[in-house]
Design a protein around this ligand. Structure first.
Ligand code: NAP
Length: 252
């Protein structure tokens, strides 16, 4: 069956930023394929989207098992008949000093943040038509290394360069590839950090817009980069961080 709505796959859609992106895209006319490891965690997201009048499908997959990617693509093509967009949002971190990082930490972070992003993108590109668009979720840590996040920062720097490289290669089939780089966003991902008052104060003091971001702060940028209004933008990274990165605040 081919749907007349544009079809987008959103990874990491069971909570946080991915959930908010999925909701927003469904509200704006997309059929959204929600992807995360546990179908059970996707159920309530899909139900809520449908209750709000949107269209959602779900697919449980551990994205680090790239051998299962064809099953995902097959499910989307069989049920929805087309793929117009992909949001590579699923990601993870392991905090700690780079001098103490274990090979297991390294493999886990790189397998999800970098390896699975590349091979899911490859799989999707084989079914994506001209005019399709891909948005990768990087991080401000791609540009700045924050103490304890060196491994994560390296993985997100790789996401930025994969975005630029994929933009060149996917342009051959008329597909655009961009990234967003969120700043400090309040989700489960780093909830422990925001329970510490001094951390919140530090972010609020050093961010010109004086607050932590929310998942809803991210969604408009993703929708823009997926849609026709950004038809001449590819290989770009849009920083969404309340001004933290471009306007470092000095203690004067
Ligand atoms: N929060 C921030 O401050 C911030 C800032 C900059 C960038 N980012 C980036 O934004 C993205 C989303 O962050 P978030 O804060 O929303 O994270 P989150 O709340 O931890 O959500 C992560 C999502 O990824 C899914 N996931 C994790 N491992 C997976 C795997 N192996 N296979 C498939 N799905 C998997 C999780 O679902 P399951 O556990 O059910 O699989 C969940 O839906 C990440 O790429 C993160 O690096 C976040």
């Amino acid at each position: 069956m081919t749907t007349s709505r544009p079809v987008v796959i959103v990874t990491g859609a069971s909570r946080g930023i991915g959930r908010a992106i999925a909701f927003d895209l469904a509200q704006n006319g997309y059929t959204v394929w929600l992807v995360a490891r546990e179908e059970a965690r996707l159920d309530p997201v899909a139900s809520a989207i449908r209750q709000a009048g949107g269209q959602a499908e779900q697919f449980g997959i551990d994205l680090t098992r790239i051998e299962h990617v064809p099953a995902l693509i097959n499910a989307v093509m069989t049920k929805s008949g087309r793929i117009d967009g992909l949001v590579n949002n699923a990601g993870m971190t392991r905090r700690g000093k780079l001098t103490e990082v274990t090979p297991e930490d390294y493999d886990a972070v790189m397998a999800l943040n970098v390896r699975s992003l590349l091979f899911l993108t490859q799989g999707v590109l084989s079914s994506m038509h001209k005019g399709g668009a891909i948005v990768n979720v990087a991080s401000l840590n791609a540009f700045d290394v924050i103490k304890g996040a060196g491994l994560y920062a390296a993985s997100k720097a790789a996401v930025v360069q994969l975005t630029r490289g994929l933009a060149i290669d996917a342009a051959e089939q008329g597909v655009r590839v961009n990234a967003i780089a969120p700043g400090f966003i309040h989700t489960d991902f780093n909830a422990a950090l925001w329970e510490r008052r001094e951390m919140r104060d530090w972010v609020e003091t050093n961010t010109p817009l004086r607050r932590l971001g929310t998942p809803e702060d991210i969604v408009g940028s993703v929708r823009f980069l997926l849609g026709r209004d950004s038809a001449f933008i590819t290989g770009e990274v849009l920083v969404v961080d309340g001004g933290f990165l471009p306007t470092r605040m000095w203690p004067l």
